[in-house]
Design a protein around this ligand. Sequence first.
Ligand SMILES: NC(=O)c1ccc[n+]([C@@H]2O[C@H](COP(=O)([O-])OP(=O)(O)OC[C@H]3O[C@@H](n4cnc5c(N)ncnc54)[C@H](O)[C@@H]3O)[C@@H](O)[C@H]2O)c1
Length: 319
Amino acid sequence: MVTSISTVAVIGAGYMGGGIAQSLALAGLPVTIADVSAEATEAAYARLLAEAQEFEDAGLYDAGATETIRANLRTAGSIEDAVADVDFVEEVVFESVEVKHDVLGRISAAAREDAIIGSNTSTIPARVLATAVKRPERFLTVHFSNPAPFIPGVELVLGERTDESVVPVVKELLARADREAAIVADVPGFVLNRLQYVLLKEAMSIAEEGIASPEDIDTVVRTTFGFRLGFFGPFAIADQAGLDVYAGGFRTFEDAFGERLSTPALIQEAVDGDRRGVKNGKGLTKDYTPEQVKALVAHRNKAYSEMGRLVRSLGPSPA
Ligand SMILES: NC(=O)c1ccc[n+]([C@@H]2O[C@H](COP(=O)([O-])OP(=O)(O)OC[C@H]3O[C@@H](n4cnc5c(N)ncnc54)[C@H](O)[C@@H]3O)[C@@H](O)[C@H]2O)c1
C-alpha cells in the first residue's frame, strides 16, 4: 500500500470536488480532476482557476495562490485516465449509491493496486460503498466540509474491512493542506451532521414552543456558546465550566424534560469520582496541571478577545 501520498485525483469536480481539488493543489500536490465528460472537466478547471483568482483578489488566498493551483491542477479526459497513476483518489460525485457504485467501480478498476480510494459522501455508510471497490482494505470515507476551501475539519470513516494503516497516510496528506482529521465510526450522520441536526431540531422545538424567535435563537447561538466552538469542543467546554456545575444543570433539565436530558453517565461518574474539571485539575478525558490551567485560561481569553475583534471588524452578515 502507498505509505505517503504524492499524487491525487479528484473525481467529480462540482461544488465540493472543486474545492477539495483546489485545496490539495494549493498545498503543492499534483491533482488531476475528471468529471462526467471531458467538456465538463475543462469547464470545472476554468471555474476553479477563476474562483481561485477571486479568492486571491479578496485576500482569502495568499498572493500567488492561483499560480500554485494552476501549476498543480490538471485535467483528464476520463475517470480512467485521471486515476491511472495516482496514490490517492477522492470520489466526489452525486450523493447516490448507484452513481457512486458505478464511479467507484471504474476508479477501482483503473487505479493502481496500491492506491488509496476515498469518498466524500455525507451520508452513505462506508460499508455500502466499499462493495464497489476491488480492495476495500484501501477504501474509506474522507468527508470534507462545506465550503471545502476554508473549513479545516475532515471526518474519516473506516468501513468494516478498511485497513487501519491507511489512516496515518491520509491524515498526513490532509495535514499538508492544513486540514485536521478525526476518526468516526461508520454510522448515519457521522459526528458532524448528528450534532448539527440535533442542534437544529432543538432550536426548532424552542421556536415552535414560542420560547424565542428564530432570529433570537440564532443570536444566542452565535454570540454565546457558538462563539467558543471554533476553539473548544463540548468535552473541553464542560471541563472549563465545571463538571459539578454541569451535573447540577442536568438535574434541572431532567426534572423539566425527563430522560431525554438526564445526566449522562460520563458526567455522573466524573463527579462521583471528584473530577470537577479544570477547577480541580481533573477533567472528563484528561488531567490538568496548574501550569496547564493557567496557559489554558490565557489561551481561551486571547481566543475570545480575538474572535470578538474579528466579528466586529467583519460586521454583521449581509443577509
Ligand atoms: N454540498 C455540500 O455541502 C457537501 C458537504 C459535504 C459533502 N458533500 C458530498 O460531496 C459529494 C458531492 O457533492 P457536491 O455538493 O459537490 O455536488 P455537485 O453536484 O456540485 O458535484 C457533483 C459532481 O459530480 C459530477 N458527476 C456526477 N456523476 C458523475 C460521473 N458518473 N462521473 C464523473 N463525475 C460525475 C457532476 O457532474 C458534478 O460536477 C456528495 O457525495 C455530497 O454528499 C457535499
